[in-house]
Design a protein. Structure first.
Lengths: 226, 758
């Protein structure tokens, strides 16, 4: 058997088809979900993909967070369904308060697209068990509003509870506090990060590495073994 | 234009003596008289608006048409061409049932007036051309030219243009995979912002801009129509800038990439359900263009009710609605029983869609406002029968002196140390320096099919996941070469783009061009244009790559000073399996470096003559198109058969520039030996065309040499990928001359642009 992993398309989502491909390459079944539809079609997990939902108007992720699909998603994430937010998806998860903190514009004020070095800080979440803690990987990054911020207390709490899942190495591309690239919720089922693992799943394509594939194999193993 | 009383067709016929502001709208006196002659009466205000925008230089190609015909007349036989010149974009067969459409356009003038929006809407316009053909857009490229890199205005224009391209293209989810950035003082008041796009579809999905079938509905969908860009086509694109006139900012359109993304998705969904008979995007000249082109390309006429156009500003007059260049709008012709389904798809994507008219069985385009007829024209006279000018042209009197000022006679470096310094100065000069500060502001990963992106020789996109079929695109154009000799310069632009595509392993198939020139009213400029078109048409014929479409941008001049003639040529190629692509970066130490082609003393228009001597004179490098074709065949075969692991074309900056780029990208050094019969200076810095360097694994050395020998391509071993010295730092060493560490080269090559512009 395999797992059914939903990929939500909001108006302005860009990496929905890429994410479906990554899910498929990992061996799971991608299921397209539509933002106006509350029905999650009985998927086992959901990915909120990258893009500019609603044009990033108002604030990245701020409008998408109120979509009908998010009502169901927020409820199910709270009861343990695995959710991964990539880039705009991460922004939506913070707007929805499934993850703490917020994303501001990059400190250099430019869009930035690069192959980014990261360290996996937490290999125990639903989406990271195929990595090893401390592993260094390269994942493409591309965003305008990627500067992760939170108050000191929240940052200390995230650090203390091991909830910083990924950290930028060598170069902080956007001014994120404490070099944070991705975080997880307390239960480890909801993970958000700015870099794009779905763009690092095939040799030759994109960055030419497959460092992002373990996100999708991790969740598949977890769901199949559950 | 007065709004009361309404200038109806009836009113116009009854008031022949009313003076209309034809001059303000950019029409010449004889053009206005021609309109009166066609109609047999004076035009209404609305009709005048339509004729003025459609007969503008930008839309009608009135100065260039007589020359552009050569692209058709000299077109080589090509089985690959599915749709040629005249549609929104050309379409090429790339095999396995796939068709690819691509085109390059200019958005030069708007980008100077308002860099961000000008560049952004340039991307938006070219992308709509691609969707209008029925294709899903898969990539964009942006050939850009700015004034001197250290000029204060460049710091205003360039960051805005780059942010606009990124802001729009990134938000559409289109990888930006290629293009160029060139600096030259000649572009100071006239930056060139060209934008190209590629789309992919199945053969059966090709759509055309025509309205046929009486009773079919005309649906306008996308953004509401506002007051932006009114007169943009006629006034902005067809006049030179003049300091004395008021700011033209209001004539530049404002883009909304989010709306365009929705437009793409809902259009593709409508195509997939076969709901669309004909389709046209609204770009320059807005509704005037879309209605007259759809109607004139179809079998019947068209009736449009302008009151039904959704407006952003309810005070717009009918003339303004017809001329508005509001972005993110499309016009589809749909059979009556499919209208509901079409509207439902638009609603799903939150796109406003409105039936504004229908196809009639007559041959007139009739437009109504408040129940009265304000336009009654033969649409062909608007869309196709614009004026055609045989503008006078003459070889400028300074051309001989320019060519006699031979760059080969400039003082050359006298010592190895001086040569080393000049090389370092060259690789750090703005034109030769790394452009990653610019290209890192563009998303090149999105869609998950990018195989190669800048700074590779061509951008490459996978088309089919199963078979690995892919397409490659490169754009090139060297205004300095073209200034020295426009005929040769245009051919060199094609040769370089052709070579760049072949260097990555793809077979060149077809051409699109964006011809950027000064004022056609200057006979010297018109001569440059005529020569460049003749050169390009001849070269396309010889290389077997037809021109499928493109764009002409004239009036790129401020006062008397025209830009260098700048034909930008895009070549599209196909590769059977992207796994066989050849990258620029050196892959493995120990591999052998070969130079393919002949190196002559050719410094006219070179980067060396510009950077070291601030000189432009002499003749550009010679063109040998048969050699280019042979070189291309060798590079493609070597890629397919696994004989080379990296390759880089040689162009501006010569061999050393290519070696430095391959070394820095691969993080591996190189040891070079100056071949017999060449001096180090010529070897490193000449810009002879028809050349490339390749890195050959030792196991393939014999096979590769045999192939070149058998086909008669000169091949010279020039060194080896290897340059790690005792301290662990890699170097580029030219034996007997000098050594440069990769650290030193990287600082020089990558530091320049951020220092100037960040």
């Amino acid at each position: 058997m395999t797992a059914r992993i939903g990929v939500v398309t909001f108006p302005g989502s860009l990496d929905d088809r890429d994410t479906q491909r990554a899910v498929r390459l990992a061996g799971a079944e991608p299921v397209a979900l539509w933002h106006k539809d509350k029905d999650l079609k009985q998927v086992d997990a959901v990915v909120l993909c990258g893009g500019f939902s609603y044009g990033d108007y108002l604030r990245a992720g701020a409008i998408a967070r109120f979509s009908p699909v998010m009502e169901t998603l927020i409820e199910q994430a709270k009861s343990g369904m695995p959710v991964l937010g990539i880039c705009n998806g991460f922004q939506i998860l913070t707007e929805a308060h499934l993850l703490p903190g917020a994303m501001l514009g990059n400190d250099h004020l430019h869009f930035i697209c690069r192959d980014q070095k990261l360290r996996v800080e937490n290999a125990d979440t639903s989406w990271t068990t195929d990595y090893e803690s401390g592993q260094e990987i390269h994942i493409p990054l591309k965003n305008m509003d990627g500067r992760y911020v939170a108050d000191e207390r929240t940052l200390d709490m995230l650090e203390a509870e091991g909830r910083v899942a990924f950290r930028y190495l060598d170069f902080n591309p956007n001014g994120s506090l404490r070099d944070i690239a991705g975080i997880t919720n307390e239960a480890g089922n909801v993970v958000g990060l700015m870099p794009h693992p779905e763009h690092a799943v095939e040799p030759l394509i994109g960055s030419g590495r497959t460092d992002g594939l373990p996100f999708f194999t991790s969740i598949l193993k977890k769901l199949v073994n559950a | 234009m007065s709004k009361t009383p309404l200038d109806t067709v009836e009113h116009a016929a009854a008031t022949p003596d009313v003076e209309l502001p034809w001059a303000e709208l950019g029409l010449k006196k004889d053009e206005y008289e021609r309109v009166v002659e066609i109609l047999g009466r004076r035009p209404t205000g609305a009709e005048l608006a339509m004729y003025s925008v459609m007969w503008s230089e930008h839309c009608s190609y009135k100065s260039s048409k007589v020359h552009l015909r050569q692209f058709g007349e000299k077109a080589p036989q090509s089985d690959a061409l599915l749709v040629g010149i005249g549609e929104n974009a050309g379409v090429v067969d790339v095999g396995q049932g796939y068709a690819v459409t691509f085109k390059v356009e200019s958005h030069n003038h708007p980008s100077y007036v308002e860099p961000y929006q000008g560049a952004a809407t340039g991307v938006g316009g070219i992308v709509r051309d691609i969707i209008a053909m029925g294709a899903r857009p898969v990539a964009v490229v942006d050939p850009l030219r700015f004034g001197a890199a250290d000029h204060p205005d460049t710091k205003r224009v360039l960051p805005g243009v780059v942010a606009g391209i990124g802001g729009y293209g990134n938000c559409l989810g289109l990888p930006n995979i290629g293009g160029e950035v060139v600096f030259d003082a000649c572009y100071q008041g006239n930056p060139l912002v060209n934008a190209g796009a590629i789309g992919v579809m199945r053969h059966e999905d090709i759509h055309l801009a025509k309205a046929s079938g009486a009773g079919n509905k005309v649906i306008l969908y996308g953004a509401r129509t506002g007051g932006d860009g009114i007169g943009g086509a006629s006034i902005l694109a067809s006049e030179t800038f003049d300091d004395a006139k008021p700011s033209k900012r209001p004539a530049v359109q404002v883009g909304d990439p989010f709306q365009e993304k929705l437009l793409i998705e809902c259009t593709l969904e409508a195509f997939a359900e076969k709901l669309v008979v004909g389709i046209q995007d609204l770009g320059a000249a807005g509704l005037s263009c879309a209605t007259s082109e759809l109607a004139s390309n179809g079998s019947g006429g068209m009736r449009v009710t302008l009151d039904d156009v959704p407006l952003r500003d309810s005070t717009l007059s009918p003339e303004e609605i017809l001329m508005s260049e509001s972005q993110e709008r499309m016009c589809a012709v749909v059979e009556p029983d499919k209208v509901d389904r079409f509207l439902a798809i638009c609603d799903k994507w939150d796109v406003i869609a409105t039936v504004i008219g229908e196809v009639t069985d007559g041959d007139r385009l009739e437009i109504f406002w408040h129940g009265e007829k304000i336009v009654d024209v033969d649409p062909r006279t608007v869309a196709h029968d614009g004026p055609v000018y045989e503008r006078p042209y003459a070889r400028p009197d300074w051309q001989d002196a320019l060519q006699a000022d031979d760059a080969n006679k400039l003082p050359r470096p006298e010592t190895s140390e001086e040569l080393r310094e000049q090389v370092l100065k060259l690789v750090s000069s703005p034109n030769q320096a790394s452009k990653s500060w610019i290209t890192s502001q563009y998303d090149h990963f999105v869609q998950g099919n990018t195989v190669l992106a800048q700074p590779e020789d061509s951008g490459m996109i996978r088309v089919d996941e199963e078979s690995g079929l892919g397409v490659a695109i490169a754009t090139d154009g060297n205004g300095r070469y073209a200034k020295l000799d426009p005929y040769t310069g245009a051919q060199l632009a094609l040769a370089e783009a052709y070579r760049n595509v072949a260097t990555t392993g793809a077979k060149p198939l077809a051409v699109s061009d964006c011809l950027n020139f000064g004022s056609p009213e200057d006979p010297a400029v018109m001569w440059q244009f005529a020569e460049a078109v003749r050169g390009l048409a001849d070269a396309c014929q010889q290389l077997g790559t037809p021109v499928t479409g493109g764009n002409v941008s004239l009036y790129n001049q401020t006062g008397e000073a025209a830009i260098h003639p700048t034909p930008v040529v895009a070549v599209l190629g196909v590769i059977d399996d992207v796994a066989r692509r050849t990258p620029v970066a050196f892959q493995e130490e120990g591999q052998l470096l070969y130079l393919l082609g002949d190196t002559r003393e050719e410094f006219g228009g070179s980067a060396w003559s510009q950077v070291i001597h601030d000189h432009l004179g002499g003749l550009p490098p010679q063109v040998d198109l048969e050699r280019e074709r042979l070189l291309g065949e060798i590079l493609i075969s070597a890629s397919r058969d696994g004989m080379i692991d990296s390759a880089h074309d040689l162009s501006d900056g010569g061999l050393i520039q290519a070696v430095v780029e391959s070394a820095l990208l691969g993080g591996k050094g190189a040891r070079l030996v100056v071949p017999d019969g060449l001096d180090a200076f010529t070897f490193l810095l000449s810009e002879s065309a028809g050349r490339a360097i390749v890195a050959v694994p030792r196991s393939e050395e014999v096979r590769f040499n045999d192939m070149c020998g058998a086909r008669g391509l000169p091949v010279t071993r020039i060194g080896v990928v290897d340059g790690t010295v005792s301290d662990g730092n890699a170097v580029v060493e030219v034996q007997g001359e000098f050594t440069l560490s990769l650290d030193e080269l990287r600082t020089a090559h990558e530091g320049t642009i951020p220092a100037l512009l960040a």
